[in-house]
Design a protein around this ligand. Structure first.
Ligand SMILES: [Zn+2]
Ligand SMILES: [Zn+2]
Ligand SMILES: [Zn+2]
Length: 95
């Protein structure tokens, strides 16, 4: 399925180096996901907080990318499909 959201995002840098909500609460996470709409960093669905998915439910920001070192993939929550990371966002990912 084609994702039309990719053409609508203008990626911004990550706001935090870890999950924003977990850092505030002093809790830990498994893996990190990065919102390509606003730069929110949240934890994955294997983490207790599931803050990346919760961020999508709260904001409807459709696209996230993995914020794990060397991982290069993105996900559209609306189309439920994996995507290549938009070229403008690659610079923000972790080496
Ligand atoms: Zn999409
Ligand atoms: Zn979290
Ligand atoms: Zn967002």
């Amino acid at each position: 399925m084609q994702c039309r959201h990719v053409s609508e995002v203008d990626p911004v840098p990550p706001r935090t180096r870890g999950c924003e909500e977990c850092l505030a609460a002093g809790s830990s996470w498994v893996q990190l996901r990065f919102c390509l709409t606003c730069g929110h960093v949240g934890c994955c669905d294997s983490s207790a907080g599931k803050h990346a998915t919760r961020h999508f439910r709260d904001t409807s920001h459709p696209l996230m990318a993995s914020y794990e070192p060397r991982e290069r993939w993105a996900w559209c929550y609306v189309d439920e499909t994996e995507l290549p990371v938009p070229p403008q966002a690659v610079q923000f990912l972790r080496a």
